[in-house]
Every structure is written in C-alpha cells, then in structure tokens.
Design a protein around this ligand. Structure first.
Ligand code: GTP
Length: 350
C-alpha cells in the first residue's frame, strides 16, 4: 500500500522533539539548483542534511549529478512534479527519513523540479498532519538565471510562482554577464514581483551565504499542532494541470555515440526545434571517451559548456538524453540521432 492516504492510516502517535527545518530550493528549469546544491553539500558542517530531489521526467540526472551528497542522504522522487503528481510521495519520503536508523537528520533540503509550483508543496509542509509535528518550514530559496531569468518570468507562469514563494532569490550565472549593470532590469523586475524577498548574487561567496542560511534557519515560531488538529490538504483540482502540454522523455542509447555526430545532431535539433525546447540534459557515452561521461545542459537555445565527469556515477553507462519540451517531435529526434550516430561511427578494424 502506498500513497498519502495509506500513510495517514499508518500514522503513529505525535512526536514531541524539536522540529527539523525543511528548506525548499526551487527555480525554473536549468537555473542552477543542482549546481549550487552540490557545491553547498560539500561543506563538512552541513553533514546531517538530507536531500529530496524531484524531477519532472521519468528519468532524472540530478540524482547522479549530486556527487557531493552521501548517496543514502538523497531521495529521488521522479515522474511528476511535487506540486501535483507526487505530493503523497513527499509525505512518505519525509516520514521515512525521520524514522530511519543512524545519524539523526538535522535539516532537509527539497530540490523541486524546474516546473514545480511551490505553493502546494509549502502547504503540504506546513499543514500536513503527519509532517507538521516533526518538520517545520525553513527557507524557500529560488534560483533565477541572470541571463534567461527575465524571459522565463515573462513566458512561464511556473517561474513566476516560484519567485513569488521565495524568501531568498539567488541570482545565478552572473559570471556570464560582462557588465553587472546589465542585470538592473532583472533586479527591478524581481523587486516588483516579490518585494519581500532578499535578492542575493551567487558569486564566489555564494556557497557561504547559503550555508549560513541553512545552518541558522530562524526560530521555530509556530507550535506543532496537536493530534486533533486537522487541515484539508488542498482544494480539489478544478482544471487541467498547469503542465498539460509539457512533455518529457528520455532517449537511451546502448552504444557509444561519436562526439562530432552527436554535436551536429544537437545543433540541428536546436536550430530546427529550439523554441519548443524547455530543457535538455544528457549524460553521453562517447566513442572517444567511453569511461568519462559527457554532461550536456541546455536551457531553451542556451547551451552551457559541456563537461566530462571523471567516471560514471553508476554501473549503467548508457547514454541518456532527457528532454522537457512543448510540442517537440520525438520520432524525428530518434531517427535523426540514429542516422547521425551511424554515419559517423568509426569503422571497426577487420
Ligand atoms: N556559468 C555558470 N553556469 C552555471 C551556474 N549555475 C549553473 N550553471 C550551469 O547551468 C546548467 C544547468 O544547471 P543545473 O544546476 O543543472 O540547473 P537546475 O536548475 O538544477 O536544472 P533542472 O533540474 O533541469 O531544473 C549547468 O550546465 C550548470 O553548470 C553559474 O552560476 N554560472
């Protein structure tokens, strides 16, 4: 049996210890959540931090890319966004973290999917009768990409909802902007949309700022509700999901891909269908360096410099290419990738 209702059925007597702060790290697709969380988790004084990672697609990569966290401290909630499909799983995951043997959890960070609307997640954290005696809300962080942030806010209601929920707005990718004055319009826009949030530039001292905020989440003001306390979790859904037209899929390849062929294919995809692409990320096994996966990230039409991991994070060395898009032609992607990979594959010696 699984799900939120069955978790309620299994509810135990209320817990009266100090409540564990749960911070939420949200931000639009590709705005830098995993990158900064990874840097943060490398701080030794943040041991005892459990991380819940939610990804929109059936197969995520963030779990593999969070190399700084101990594997047991990371819980992956794939296949949907926390605000809709997997909210019951969140309740279960937090319950299981608290009950597990070993070192007590000091704090939890939830990395939402880049398409999540944080409101329902926060409501779950604050009001769920199973969670509220044990957990309290910490800080809500929202990463905003200094390059693409303004267009994401203009085009995607999810980005707006994430900003609106934030206590701390974290401006990422400032190193990609030559003149800091260029961020003035974005900063004005952020101040208008969420005047109560603190906007911080995530520069070289960014990790330290975040660390301090996680270590000192503020006093636990709200008393934990008693056992008779009841709140409905949320109003019943009334319309189509905010994600009805968003598709997510993964292309898997068992054989290594030729690097040039793959690069040409990706250029072609972006040139032909780039405006439909919300997010692309991939772990690629290339013919040239099969033991070091190539990590590729793109947000809409913007690519980040590809990087090689020193080794594969798991025993599964297959290429996986994750797409989040609106109206992308998957079949065309599949067939063109096969053609380009085949055409470019070097001949084996006879
Ligand atoms: N130059 C630069 N690149 C960054 C910065 N932050 C993140 N990136 C790059 O942006 C790309 C996406 O970063 P992620 O951390 O995966 O973004 P995310 O928000 O976790 O993405 P989703 O989980 O898909 O929503 C990667 O290539 C990162 O290396 C930054 O401050 N500067």
């Amino acid at each position: 049996m699984s799900g939120h209702f069955s978790a309620l059925l299994r509810a135990e007597a209320p817990h009266h210890g100090p409540r564990v702060p749960v911070s939420v790290l949200t931000g639009f697709l590709g705005s830098g959540k995993t990158t900064w969380l990874n840097r943060l988790l490398a701080s030794p004084d943040l041991s005892g931090t459990a991380v819940i990672v939610n990804e929109f697609g059936e197969t995520g990569l963030d779990h593999d890319l969070l190399t700084a966290a101990a594997p047991d401290d990371v819980v992956l909630l794939p296949n949907g966004c926390l605000c809709c499909a997997v909210r019951g799983d969140l309740v279960q995951a937090l319950g299981a973290l608290m009950d597990r043997p070993g070192q007590a959890i000091q704090r939890v960070v939830i990395e939402t999917s880049g398409l999540a609307e944080p409101g329902p997640i926060l409501r779950t954290l604050l009001l769920d009768p199973l969670l509220s005696p044990r957990y309290r809300l910490g800080t809500v962080f929202c990463t905003v990409d200094a390059v693409l942030g303004q267009s994401s806010l203009a085009q995607h209601p999810e980005a707006l909802a994430q900003l609106a929920a934030a206590d701390e707005v974290l401006l990422t990718k400032l190193d990609l902007i030559a003149d800091p004055a260029q961020t003035a319009p974005l900063r004005d826009c952020l101040a208008q949309l969420n005047p109560s949030a603190t906007v911080r530039a995530l520069g070289p001292d960014g990790v330290d700022l975040l660390r301090q905020r996680l270590l000192a989440p503020g006093p636990d003001l709200a008393p934990a509700p008693g056992p008779a306390f009841y709140h409905p979790l949320a109003a019943p859904p009334t319309g189509p999901s905010h994600l009805a037209d968003v598709q997510s899929f993964v292309l898997w390849r068992d054989e290594p891909l030729d690097l040039d062929g793959f690069a040409q294919w990706l250029d072609l995809v972006v040139a032909a269908q780039g405006e439909k692409l919300l997010r692309f990320k991939g772990l690629v096994q290339t013919v040239q360096t099969p033991e070091q996966p190539l990590v590729v990230h793109a947000m809409q039409h913007l690519f980040h410099p590809p990087a090689y991991l020193p080794a594969w994070p798991t025993a599964d060395h297959r290429t996986r290419l994750v797409f989040i898009a609106r109206g992308l032609d998957r079949e065309a992607l599949e067939s063109t990738l096969d053609v380009m990979a085949r055409r470019r594959r070097p001949r084996r010696p006879t």
